[in-house]
Design a protein around this ligand. Structure first.
Ligand code: FMN
Length: 264
């Protein structure tokens, strides 16, 4: 089974491609975590593969992914093959170690880890990339995904194909905690372009947004930026700098697939 978390589709695209190749089930971490259960139990088939696929937020996995692993219980685990793939705009610091440590606490062993460089969805600082660069990155990502699938097929152990960036320890152990301290929602707002369509509420990975005419954010969120990137009329902004900046959605994933709240 492939567990995934995704705000704007890169990680969903990656997880889907690997799940299709390995014929494993695809399971949304955000959908499970928003159900509010205290634990998640799965009984593994013999030789079942387990994957964790997610975006990098300030050189570490999203906190929701790590909390999910804390709550996860895998029955019939007999050293099943476990891999992780972190999608990113550039590099992932020591994310693989964070993941390996989190799994070790649950007596699970990470066998391989990958970064997958894809278009950045982060426009709060910097900007999303121009279309040509984004397209090149998507082509490169397809090559990396093929390589991941081959490694999984061969059940290769201790394989790490990772762009760490320079001074990965500083990125993950110093900058990431600072990022997590500043994860409030105070800077999100809507302009008068907002139509109250409610899409932001349904793609929000932590159900922090409630649309009552206009969206209202509760105190904290995952900072996945699904709301700001996927708003159909670019009405959502963050602080002063995002009005003139671009937005990103993986072109191969539909908005419907990204909805955490599915229409009944
Ligand atoms: C809050 C936030 C922080 C990010 N930090 C990093 C980072 O440290 N390194 C990096 O290469 N990309 C970073 N990114 C870019 C995303 O990891 C990247 O675009 C990812 O593929 C998005 O995945 P998704 O489409 O599945 O949400 C960040 C994005 C966000 C929203």
């Amino acid at each position: 089974m492939i567990f995934y978390f995704s705000g704007t589709g890169n990680s969903l695209y990656t997880a889907k491609a690997i799940a299709q190749h390995t014929k494993e089930d695809l399971i949304s971490i955000a959908a499970l975590m928003n159900d509010g259960k205290a634990s998640f139990e799965y009984t593994l088939k013999d030789d079942e593969i387990i994957g964790f696929v997610y975006p990098i937020y300030a050189w570490a996995p999203p906190k929701m992914v790590m909390k999910f692993i804390e709550k996860l219980s895998l029955k019939n685990y007999k050293n099943n093959y476990i891999f992780t793939a972190a999608t990113c705009g550039g590099n992932i610091g020591n994310t693989i170690k964070v993941m390996a440590d989190g799994l070790k606490k649950k007596n699970l062993k990470l066998q391989s880890g990958f970064s997958v460089v894809m278009p950045s969805n982060y426009m709060v600082m910097g900007n999303v990339e121009p279309k040509e660069i984004a397209e090149k990155k998507l082509i490169g990502a397809d090559e990396r995904i093929k390589s991941i699938c081959r490694i999984i097929d061969d059940r290769r152990e201790d394989v790490y194909e990772v762009e760490k960036g320079s001074m990965p320890w500083v990125l993950t152990s110093v900058i990431n905690p600072l990022f997590n301290m500043g994860k409030g929602t105070k800077k999100f707002y809507t302009t008068d372009k907002c139509t109250g369509c409610g899409l932001c509420e349904s793609v929000c990975t932590c159900r922090t947004i409630k649309v009552n005419g206009k969206p209202v954010w509760a105190k904290d969120c995952n900072q996945c930026l699904a709301c700001i990137n996927l708003c159909p009329v670019h009405a959502i902004q963050y602080g002063k700098g995002t009005e003139k900046k671009g937005r990103y959605k993986n072109p191969n994933v539909s908005i419907n697939e990204l909805k955490v709240i599915k229409q009944s």
